[in-house]
Structure formats: C-alpha cells, structure tokens
Design a protein around this ligand. Structure first.
Ligand code: IPE
Ligand code: IPE
Ligand code: MG
Length: 256
C-alpha cells in the first residue's frame, strides 16, 4: 500500500451504521417557542408551555416509527443569559414535567436521561432528575435524552477531564475510543438525523462531537407546531439522503 493511503497508527472510527430507512437516533433543537407565542401576542413563556405538548408528541412518534433514541435540546448552557423570569419559568416547567410525566414514561417503556451540567440546578431539581432516571432505568422502547444546561463544548471538556482524573499521567496518548465512553450518550448510536425547528440553521453548541455524521434537516416550523406531518417530512428527507461516511457513491452502489 502506498504510504499516503496507509492508516495512521491509532486511527479509530465508530463502525459505519447499517443503511436504514428509519433513523435509529434523532436529535432535535426545539427552537421557535418564543416566536410562536409572540405571533399570538402572548408572553414568550406561553410558547415554552405549549412546546411541552410537542415533546410528548415527538416521543410518541418515535415509538410509533421505531426510532429507538430521541435527544431533545431543552436548555443550552448559553440560555442562562436569558431574562431571569424566563429562566425561572423554564426551570419550573422542566421540574413540573419531570414530576408529572414519569408514570407515562414508565407505561410507554421509555428510558429517560438528562444530559448536561446538573451542578447549576437546584438540589430539588437534581433530586427530581435522579429519581426520574432511576424510575425509568429499565425502559427499552425509547431512549429519551433531554439536554438541559447542555453545551457540546462542555460535553467534550467534561469527557477529557474525566479521562484526566481516571489516569492523570498515562504513558500513551488518548484516542477516540478512550474519549467516547466519557461523552454524553457515548453508549448510544450517534444521531443519524438532526432536526432544527424555528428556521435558524445553526447547531447552537448542541452535540458537537456526536453529530459528526448526522444528516441535517432544518424546518421553518416552530417547535409548538411540530406535529406528525413535520416529523414525517423530516423522515422523508432523511430517506432521500445518501450517507457515504467518506466513501464514494460508486462504492455504495457496488456494495449493495
Ligand atoms: C427554544 O425556543 C426553547 C429554548 C431555547 C428554551 P426559543 O425560546 O429559543 O424561541 P425563539 O427562538 O425565541 O422563537
Ligand atoms: C438553542 O436555541 C437551544 C435550545 C433549543 C434549547 P436558542 O434559541 O437558544 O439558540 P440561538 O441563541 O438562537 O442560537
Ligand atoms: Mg431560539
């Protein structure tokens, strides 16, 4: 093999996922709640309250379509910059939803996890999160992850720091396979499909590492209006993509 095509000594790639018509993992930036409310001359927070119904609906749609992982961006590490009243409302909404929805999640065989820097949440909220995760720990129909006080940069840094604390002076370099289990969602397949509602076309510090090979779907639909039709459109768009993972189109055709 010519030197320029040989693999570097520690090359590690997650296995190419099997070609699938339905994504195994969908990650959504639930954006547009504030604009939904403002268009109706309501306070922004009314949009957040309404957005909760779309969370429930998205989880149900994943169960119906056989999507096994759903990760929702609920509150970014940058959202603390919002007006204190709005932050306070969002915290209460999240806490209330944790308390109210857990029975339903258990009934639907959903496993809940919350990813993000919990240290900034109140002790009561931290306890509610731990309890909800424990009660749903055996769910196997859907892995529902809620990203709250989450940032993709924070995630990568916390993974590096965990490695550093586990082995402060390794006598070798660290590689992807060392970092992966320390990252949030490292035990799940990476997102196949990224959806952002609300019309913006940016990641806003969501899953920076994990989205390396996701298909991106942006829709103008505001999150409170994200329904079965909008979900189906995203799945249709996904089916039309050719996922090459670095290979050529001809290689994919030959492998079929
Ligand atoms: C997304 O909706 C929800 C959160 C960030 C918590 P927004 O509140 O960002 O809604 P817009 O983008 O202002 O319409
Ligand atoms: C991203 O939405 C975070 C969530 C949906 C939770 P934002 O509305 O905060 O993103 P920016 O500020 O427009 O990039
Ligand atoms: Mg927004």
């Amino acid at each position: 093999m010519p030197a320029h095509t040989s693999a570097p000594p520690h090359q590690f790639h997650r296995a190419i996922p099997p070609a699938a018509t339905v994504p195994r993992h969908i990650a959504i930036v639930m954006d547009g709640n504030g604009r939904w409310a403002q268009r109706r001359h309501l306070p922004r927070v009314a949009g957040h309250a309404r957005g909760l119904a779309s969370v429930r609906r998205a989880a149900e749609l994943c169960l119906t379509h056989g999507v096994s992982c759903l990760t929702l961006f609920a509150f970014s590490s940058e959202n603390w910059r919002r007006p204190p009243d709005e932050v306070d409302f969002l915290m209460k909404l999240f806490h209330g939803a944790l308390d109210r929805e857990v029975d339903e999640m258990v009934r639907h065989d959903i496993r809940l996890r919350v990813i993000g820097n919990r240290a900034r949440f109140s002790p009561r909220m931290q306890a509610a999160i731990a309890e909800a995760e424990a009660r749903t720990a055996h769910g196997s129909a859907l892995n529902l992850s809620i990203a709250a006080d989450y940032g993709g940069r924070w995630d990568i840094l916390q993974a590096v720091n965990r490695l550093r604390h586990a082995d402060p002076a390794p006598d070798r370099d660290w590689h992807e396979e060392d970092l992966l289990p320390q990252l949030c969602l490292g035990d799940l397949p990476e997102p196949d499909l990224f959806i952002r509602t609300g019309g913006e076309q940016r990641i806003s510090n969501f899953l920076l590492w994990q989205l390396a090979y996701a298909e991106f779907h942006f829709t103008d639909c505001l999150w409170p209006e994200f329904d079965a039709h909008a979900f189906a459109s995203a799945l249709t768009a996904f089916r039309q993509r050719e996922r090459r993972f670095g290979r050529t189109s001809a290689q994919l055709t030959a492998a079929r």
